[in-house]
Design a protein around this ligand. Structure first.
Ligand SMILES: C[S@@+](CC[C@H](N)C(=O)[O-])C[C@H]1O[C@@H](n2cnc3c(N)ncnc32)[C@H](O)[C@@H]1O
Length: 379
């Protein structure tokens, strides 16, 4: 816990300390039933969990981390985060990992690429805010994975709502079912199948949330959404896999209108809606993701040439709204790509793509690569 507090920006440290103290007090005095304090680690779902005060503090810091970034917009989403015991959905992980503000990969393909993960808690909160879920709603999730988000959906829809979550991988679907039961969310329906076809049995849905990258919106999602429903989908906007979480509300029968767009990255949907990614392996640990037929393998040779660095002199602050620079590049040239480097490659090459712009890179098709980098000037 101490290390997490120290990882937080200065302005949050005092708050972090205050919250962990308040939590310790909560644990000593059982909350009044139905009171606001009857949430979080002391709510019924947490009873019987062998959590030390320190570990429970990590859970609160996790909430604080999300709140600290201004992601929570509604008390309901924040309360749902406090109520769901995240570690029950990540069995075998230590508590610090389960509550850290990071993506936790839970299944990999033989080539090492991620097939499934518990999404970054801040992204989960962002998408739940985009979804605008209300008590009593009927909601469909595509991509159950750990079941964490399904539990949050169950908290938000309450006893009068209904939650179905579809997972294409039978082993993961079984794990999600077990975890949801262990955490007390028996009412969630876990379905093993291809989410591209939705889940007609419980349709129509007031809300649909997709938690894997989609190349398009399949007809089934339209058909299973109520006339005034809302859908949140991480849409892949470019062949390189550049993705945005887009919230749509349905207007009449034939229109989906987007009203919120957030930066994100997701493992792709598999199955019927899958679309082959176009990648070039530049070196063992370095992959270039690009639009089909825009570059050749010869681009790998660019890495053997001397690198040149040119600084633009443009300075940006942490909170400056520059998150869509990669989207601008992707839409203003045919030569946009994204570089993916493993942590080892990060240490051993001159390439240093700025994570903030998802590895944004330009190429000329066969000989030159220019990756977009950034350096920290002041802390
Ligand atoms: C990023 S994870 C979802 C995170 C999850 N919502 C959570 O709370 O932990 C994406 C999941 O989507 C699943 N998936 C991929 N394609 C799918 C499909 N066509 N239908 C249903 N699930 C799919 C993957 O197996 C993976 O488990």
């Amino acid at each position: 816990m101490t290390s997490l507090v120290h990882a937080l920006p200065d302005q949050l440290r005092d708050q972090a300390a205050a919250v962990s103290t308040r939590l310790a007090a909560n644990l000593q005095q059982p909350p009044r039933p139905g009171s606001e304090d009857d949430r979080g680690p002391s709510s019924p779902r947490w009873r019987g969990q062998s959590l030390s005060k320190g570990a429970a503090g990590v859970a609160v810091l996790h909430g604080l981390h999300i709140r600290g970034r201004g992601t929570f917009r509604s008390p309901a989403v924040e309360a749902a985060f406090a109520a769901v015991p995240r570690h029950l959905f990540l069995p075998g992980m230590d508590l610090a990992t389960a509550y850290a503000p990071q993506v936790v990969v839970t299944k990999r393909a033989p080539d090492g690429s991620a097939l499934s993960s518990a999404s970054h808690p801040n992204m989960v909160a962002t998408m739940l805010e985009q979804l605008d879920l209300q008590p009593g709603h009927r909601v469909l999730e595509i991509g159950a994975a750990t079941g964490i988000n399904a539990a949050l959906l169950a908290e938000l829809t309450g006893p009068s709502g209904a939650v179905a979550t579809v997972e294409i991988d039978s082993e993961l679907a079984a794990r999600a079912r077990t975890a949801l039961t262990a955490a007390g969310y028996d009412q969630v329906q876990v379905v093993c199948g291809d989410g591209a076809f939705g889940h007609p049995d419980l349709a129509p849905y007031d809300r649909i949330i997709v938690t894997a990258g989609a190349w398009d919106i399949p007809a089934a999602w339209w058909q299973q959404l109520t006339p005034h429903g809302r859908m949140v989908v991480p849409l892949r906007l470019h062949g390189s896999g550049l993705t945005r979480s887009i919230a749509f509300h349905r207007h009449a029968d034939t229109l989906l209108i987007s009203d919120s767009v957030k930066v994100c990255g997701f493992v792709p949907l598999r199955g019927a809606s899958d679309s082959a990614a176009h990648t070039i392996q530049l070196a063992d640990d370095i992959t270039l993701n690009l639009a089909a037929n825009t570059g050749s393998r010869a681009l790998g040779r660019a890495l053997t040439h001397p690198a040149h660095q040119i600084w633009t002199g443009i300075m940006i602050g942490d909170t400056d709204p520059v998150e869509h620079l990669d989207l601008w590049l992707a839409t203003s040239t045919d030569h946009f790509a994204r570089l993916s480097l493993t942590p080892t490659a990060h240490r051993h090459t001159a390439l240093d793509p700025a994570p903030r712009w998802a590895g944004a890179t330009l190429h000329d098709g066969d000989a030159t690569l220019a990756d977009h980098t950034a350096q920290v000037l002041h802390r």
